[in-house]
Structure formats: C-alpha cells, structure tokens
Design a binder for this molecule. Sequence first.
Ligand SMILES: NC(=O)c1ccc[n+]([C@@H]2O[C@H](COP(=O)([O-])OP(=O)(O)OC[C@H]3O[C@@H](n4cnc5c(N)ncnc54)[C@H](O)[C@@H]3O)[C@@H](O)[C@H]2O)c1
Length: 331
Amino acid sequence: MNRVKVVVTGAAGQISYSLIPRLVDGHTFGDKIVDLELVEIPQVVDKLEGLVMELEDSNFPNMGNVNYTSDFEEAAKDADWFLLVGSIPRGIVFNGKKIEERADLLQINGGIFVGQGQAIGRFGKSDAKILVVGNPANTNALIGRHAANNDSQLWMAMTMLDSSRAKSVLSKKLNIKISDISKMIIWGNHSPTMYPDFENVVANGSPGRDLIDDMDWINTEFLPVVQQRGKAVIDSRGASSATSAAKAALDTVIACENPTASGDCFSAAVITDGSYDLPEGIICGMPLMTSPEGKVEIVRDIVLSNFAKDKIKISTDELINERAAVEDLLK
Ligand SMILES: NC(=O)c1ccc[n+]([C@@H]2O[C@H](COP(=O)([O-])OP(=O)(O)OC[C@H]3O[C@@H](n4cnc5c(N)ncnc54)[C@H](O)[C@@H]3O)[C@@H](O)[C@H]2O)c1
C-alpha cells in the first residue's frame, strides 16, 4: 500500500490539534498510510507525547509511524508534505521583548523559515509540497522557498480559509449551498488586503459578475466581512481561527492530491511568474489547478476587471513591502 510522509510544525498548537487527527483518518490522503513527523520547539516538544497517545487511542486505520521531535532536519528526511503551522504569534515576549510590530513579527518568523527552508530543500523529497499556514504566511513562504533553493518543490501559503469564508458569505447572500459555488479565487496576501474575486466565482453554473450587481453590498459587506473575518473570530474567541484553519489546510492538501474538476480551480498563494501582470518574486494568492498527472499549476485564463486589478494591486504592494522588510533573509 502507498505511504505518504507528512511533517507538521507547531504540532502542539491549536490548529494542529484539529488538523493532525484528520491527516490519518483515511479521507485526506485516501487509502494511503500516513507517517507523521510532529515538530515543536524544545520548550513544548514533550507535550506531543500526549497527542501521540491520543492518536494511538483513536484507532485510525491509516496511521503509520508517528514521531515527535524538535529536530526539524531529522523530521524533514524524505517527507512528501510539509504543513508549516508553527510560528510565533504577535504579543508574545521573545528574547525579552514583546513582539507588537509587524516588522518584528516578519523578522522573527522569517528567521524560523530560513532554517526550515534549507532543511526542506536538502532533505525533503524532490517533489515535496509545502503549505505555510503560520503567519505572515506569504512572506514566510517566500523566505522558506528562497532558502530551500529547490525549484522542483512546490511552496504555497494558505489562502483556502479566505476562499472558504468568501464562499460562506456568498452562499448566504444568494441562498444557495456552499457546494454549488466553485472557482472562488483569493488574490494577493493572506491579510486584510486580500481580494476575493466575486466576479469570476461560479455559483449554480453562472459567473458571479452576472449574479451580483449590488456593488454597495460588495463594498460594504462582502469585501470587509471576508477580509476582516480572522479578526472577528479573534475578537470573539480570544484566539485565532483554529478548526476552520485546520479544515482549510486539509482542503488544500486534498485539492493538490486530486485532479481539479474541469472548469474549477482552488486558491493558494504561490510564487508569481509574470502571469496576470503580477509583480514577479512574491508569493501571491492565485487560481490553481491540479492536472490529471498530479502537477499543480497556475490557471491562466481568468479575466480581471479594472476593479479587481486595482484591489489586487493594493495587496501585491503590501507583499512587496513585506519582502523589503525581510530583504536580509532573502540574500
Ligand atoms: N493562513 C491562514 O489562513 C491562517 C489561519 C489561522 C491561523 N493562522 C496562523 O497559524 C499559526 C498557528 O496558529 P495556532 O492557532 O495553531 O497557534 P498556536 O500558538 O496555538 O500554535 C503555534 C505553535 O507553533 C509552535 N512553534 C513556534 N515556533 C516553532 C518552530 N520554529 N518550529 C515548530 N513549532 C513552532 C509553538 O510552540 C506553538 O505550539 C499562527 O501564525 C496563526 O496566525 C493562519
């Protein structure tokens, strides 16, 4: 039987608690046996013993070998998938300093991704797929990809949660099922500047641009609700989205592991290559598809309105600024 080796960082965190069991439940990777490498920082790695006990006690039929470690290089050996969830949150005291500024956050987390990227490039499988969840996800992925220096591997930053949120808001507005909505593209950064593309979405077979003519609703409801949803969850829960983020990570894996239905696409941020006139060398949300041969590719035939182009530029400008803030990590 086929096996797949999956590395998860931040394995003792709240997203991982929802995510990890569902990697071995026989759904995400189909009937493959899933070997897990769970990675944490040395201070909390021992907590993972309890998680491993719970996994064993859950009797998942597709669970293979499970190891936990704080040695990322060891974990990375021959891995097929890397789910990089671990990062330092804003507000934490790090090396005696409270981390409040986005620039500090970019530097600290970026530093983590240099080491992890180098290890993935050297020790991960040549066709490994890497999904960065830990924020700032796009710029972390840019740093990791640069450090990996291995073009045969695929680095993505997660925007699936944003696309799921956009579908949810749209389904309520149009009074249709989520499953009747496809092609929900998130352009740009995983941040409040992201642009959920309501014009190219397909709902019940019709393009969004034909279904939604209420620009007031787009500007005052749809865009702000989707863009600010992460903050709304934090304000209510006192913690960031966890179970929905885990589901989105699983949905991204499933989207990459299975051919995309004709005419559909899925959302993740990947390195720009000049398509859609996006600035090159940033990790930007784009429409993707998985070919029948299993290759993940950018969908290149989406038509963007001037409204969309203006919104996307705001987000790509932000990504360019983030890149400038971590220039020293990209040498
Ligand atoms: N892209 C998205 O859509 C999305 C959505 C929600 C949350 N997030 C982000 O995901 C990240 C994790 O969220 P959470 O709620 O699970 O946080 P959490 O604080 O509960 O868990 C993070 C874990 O990462 C670990 N960690 C830190 N540095 C590490 C390293 N170098 N190696 C391995 N582990 C490390 C920490 O010890 C901690 O256990 C945060 O950055 C959050 O902002 C992203």
